[in-house]
Design a protein around this ligand. Structure first.
Ligand code: NAP
Ligand code: FE
Length: 365
């Protein structure tokens, strides 16, 4: 086994107030990085501001991070952090603001660095300390080293480095109450895809499998409730949130697989929410693995405690009614992208470009 998990992570009710001293330990001034409104709507921003002000920490807010965050916005946030003399970066939101906070911390410490500099990983100065507060139960970004950004070519392009681990991450499941059902489903199925893809990766090991199998056991029932339109209890939300963190732990070891990488294309070109896009590809991957690596698929079922039908019903339910036009020409143009792709190669089943063509053709009009 090989794993590094240096994040101090706390989940639970009122964990932000309870860890005010820990947050304040990173300095006297911080840059808060958020999306347009979820930090406020969820109550997380108010709690963070109370924790900061109660300990005499001043802050400046950068709230211009959209879904699938633009790298240029991270440069802007980093510039603001260095101009105001921020000593740490506090990201609040779903995966988008959290990933953006990570990149902003790099740009803040390295003024003048451009896009290429970020992706080269040749950072002269280490990023400012990163503190994260999650408001979705999905990406597990709170515990990963990954920042998925939209580059200047409009491509989702991730940067990953151990220096991007948060120093402290906090997640109070009550912040997820304000998510609309569509966001609960797209983020919840993202957590499922992390855990299932991780389990079905060539890189899976006993540590990552323990995290991914427990993640799926925790998220299955509440996510099925959400799919059925039932109201989630606070216990359900806590389970979903913890499951998302375990999914993040699992992909920190293995990375993600084919559904995530091909899903990026559906998000870029068709605007599908990230988790929904991954879920659209999941069944094709599952079919291939069942056919070519049946024993591994059966091990996955045994460890999670679900049947193939139960797993596929969860995935299908989360994307019910989602449709988008995809032309054969679009498919042919994009396919070379996955020749020699690392995430695809890490997937069990020896998935080929031909297999990906088949998976995408299911959506062809
Ligand atoms: P998100 O893009 O952060 O948020 C999606 C939408 O939900 C936004 O409109 C957001 O509003 C809203 N929202 C978030 N929390 C809410 C709440 N508590 N109440 C009401 N609305 C809320 O979604 P995400 O799925 O969490 O993150 C997706 C991004 O993470 C993608 O770019 C994906 O590629 C990346 N990702 C990263 C990792 C990793 O390891 N780092 C793993 C998987 C995916 P606001 O815009 O106002 O915030
Ligand atoms: Fe994801």
């Amino acid at each position: 086994m090989k794993f590094t998990m240096p994040v101090r992570m706390f989940t639970g009710t009122d964990c932000v107030a309870q860890h005010a001293d820990d947050i304040a330990s990173f300095g006297k001034k911080c840059l808060i990085v958020t999306g347009a409104s979820s930090a406020k709507k969820s109550g997380a921003l108010d709690d963070a501001v109370s924790a900061l002000t109660s300990r005499g920490v001043s802050y400046v807010i950068f709230d211009k991070i959209g879904p699938n965050p633009l790298l240029t916005a991270c440069i802007e946030a980093g510039k603001l952090a260095s101009e105001v003399g921020a000593e740490f970066v506090l990201g609040i939101g779903g995966g988008s603001p959290l990933d953006a906070a990570r990149a902003a911390a790099v740009f803040a410490a390295n003024p003048g660095m451009d896009e290429e500099g970020l992706y080269s990983l040749k950072w002269a100065v280490k990023p400012l300390p990163i503190v994260l507060i999650g408001t979705t139960a999905g990406t597990g970004s709170e515990v990963t080293t990954v920042s998925v950004l939209t580059d200047s070519k409009g491509r989702k392009h991730s940067v990953s480095d151990p220096r991007l681990f948060a120093a402290l991450s906090l997640g109070d499941p009550k912040y997820t109450r304000s998510m609309p059902l569509s966001v609960t489903l797209s983020t919840g199925i993202d957590a499922f895809c992390h855990s299932a893809e991780s389990y079905l990766s060539r890189k899976a090991d006993p540590f990552s499998k323990a995290a991914s199998a427990e993640s799926i056991r925790l998220l299955y029932r509440p996510l099925m409730k959400a799919i059925a339109g039932e109201t989630l209890t606070d216990r359900d939300r806590a389970d979903l949130y913890d499951a998302s963190i375990l999914g993040g732990v699992a992909i920190s070891v293995t990375g993600t697989c084919m559904p995530h990488n091909v899903g990026y294309f559906l998000t870029e070109k068709k605007g599908l929410p990230h988790g929904t896009a991954c879920a659209m590809l999941f069944e094709s991957m599952a079919d291939i693995i069942r056919e070519r690596n049946g024993e591994k698929w059966n091990e996955f079922l045994k460890d999670t405690g679900f049947t193939t039908d139960e797993i596929l019903n969860l995935v299908r339910g989360s994307i019910r009614g989602v449709s988008f036009p995809l032309t054969q020409e679009e498919i042919e143009t994009v396919l070379p992208r996955w020749e020699n792709n690392k995430s695809v190669k890490n997937t069990l089943g020896d998935i080929t470009t031909e297999d990906i063509r088949g998976a995408l053709m299911k959506f062809a009009k």
